[in-house]
Ligand binder design. Structure first.
Ligand code: URA
Length: 457
């Protein structure tokens, strides 16, 4: 087979076959296709788009490129959650122990920051001692003892995605629905969970800027799930503003801890976790419908079960929360840039991708592998879309590295370019747009009489 033929074929708008895609991915991993030819093909795929058959073939080839995990029944009902990437998205930190408290098992492989979006692994590494590289035996032990484990992607799983992703990043060919679906689902299928919920972000801070694209992606992901014998549902959620208040690695972990210990309320973060958890409970037949699933999730939070599970989990992965709390003292000495309102008004919109980029430029994220992360760097978005503010009120606070070459004024102005304001009231965006792919399972549960309340035994 010849890669030039594949490029010509796709450029002319003709579908690639499963055999061609399988050959291509194998050759790419073996290093026998030059990266410039792969790049040309990726660009042709972006222009002509992937058909569903091509997406399916690419997903299959990605999974086949590396190790596939299998979980014994003794570790419980294995579930997984993935987000397509957002800003201030600390959901996994809260949801993993929360699902464990609700009786599910969560062996989660997470990523580092990608582009303007943050990564769970970078956030967890801001907790002193937290180990993100665990072997299989340790993961099994954590699942049995705590019910969840969150680790960095292993190099032996889906190596083809790693290679393609890097190249897509370097050639600006990331944002194509079929390529994103194969990348996300390839990783989820290889990680072995039978029940998967995807948080499909939609808005100015997401890859999918509008609901049609988010819906298209969700339908592809659900169909891939069916084809590979997994139960997959997607929750399309708003990313026109950061989730919660904090953005940045240490600040986001602090926000989760503050929420669990009752020092702060983050209604949007709770709502997202409750919905994602409820969807997983329906998929696993631990709840008859989303409302019943929500009740189970909320009960765990109210009775303090999530806090207890969070502490046990962090300790089991070597994290020292007392040292983390001591480290927070360093925030007081960090450079703080408060931006205040010059007149009364409302926040009309936030350019969340630009906000993520600003924080990346300040060291909260990285441009290339190996860039140093500054965990304390971040933002508190005290006012979000729809918030009213008075003259002189703090709109947002940046935490900047003392050696950031920009002045406070420059940083503050860069931050304000990510906001727009209005003199009249502005509606707050709805967080949950829609759930895709759950109808089938609700029907299955009712028809077979298998639906039951409460977490799976
Ligand atoms: N997240 C992924 O894992 N892959 C993509 O292509 C985009 C978001």
């Amino acid at each position: 087979m010849d890669v030039l033929q594949l490029i010509r074929q796709k450029r002319a708008g003709q579908e690639l076959t499963e055999e061609q895609i399988s050959w291509l991915v194998k050759a790419a991993v073996e290093g026998t296709v030059p990266q410039y030819q792969l790049s040309a093909l990726l660009m042709a795929l972006c222009y002509e788009h992937l058909t569903y058959s091509e997406t399916r073939a690419l997903t299959m080839a990605f999974v086949a490129s590396g190790e596939r995990l299998r979980w014994p029944p003794s570790v419980g009902t294995i579930v997984d959650k993935h987000s397509t990437g957002g800003v201030g998205d600390k959901t996994s930190l809260l949801l993993a122990p929360w699902l464990a408290a609700a009786g599910l098992s969560v062996p989660k492989m997470s990523g580092r920051g990608l582009g303007h979006t943050g990564g769970t692994i970078d956030k967890l590494e801001s907790i002193p001692g937290f180990q993100v590289n665990l072997g299989r035996a340790d993961m099994d032990r954590l699942l049995t003892e705590v019910g969840c484990a969150v680790v960095a992607q292993s190099t032996t799983m889906v190596p083809a995605d790693k290679l393609f992703y890097q190249l897509r990043n370097d050639t600006d060919t990331v944002n194509e629905d079929g390529l994103i679906a194969a990348s996300v689902m390839g990783k989820k299928l290889a990680a072995g969970a039978h029940y998967i919920v995807l948080d499909v972000k939609c808005g100015s801070g997401a890859f999918f800027k509008d609901i049609e694209r988010a819906r298209n992606f969700a339908q592809i992901a659900v169909r891939l799930g069916h084809d590979f014998g997994r139960r997959v549902a997607c929750v399309i959620t708003n990313m026109d503003q950061p989730l919660g208040t904090a953005v940045g690695n240490t600040l986001e972990v602090k926000e989760v801890l503050d929420l669990l210990e009752g020092r702060s309320q983050q209604p949007d973060l709770i709502e997202l976790c409750v919905t994602l958890g409820a969807v997983l409970l329906v998929l696993t037949e631990g709840a008859t419908n989303v409302e019943a699933g929500r009740e189970i999730m909320l009960e765990q939070l109210e009775y303090g079960m999530v806090l207890e599970r969070f502490k046990n989990w962090v300790a089991a992965q070597g994290g020292d929360l007392e040292a983390f709390r001591r480290d927070l003292g360093r925030l007081d000495g960090y450079r703080k840039v408060e931006v205040r309102a010059v007149r009364r008004g409302y926040v009309a919109a936030m350019q969340v991708e630009a906000l993520g980029e600003l924080l990346r430029s300040m060291g909260a994220g990285r441009y290339v592998e190996g860039d140093v992360i500054y965990p304390l760097t971040g933002l508190l978005a005290q006012k979000k879309v729809g918030s009213e503010f008075a003259e002189g009120e703090v709109l947002a606070t940046l935490y900047a590295r003392p050696d950031d070459p920009r002045s406070d004024q420059e940083l503050g102005m860069a931050l304000m370019r990510c906001y727009s304001f209005s003199e009249s009231p502005v509606q707050r965006p709805e967080l949950i747009h829609e759930i895709v792919g759950l109808e089938d399972y609700l029907q299955i549960a009712w028809q077979q009489g298998t639906a039951r309340l409460g977490p799976p035994a």
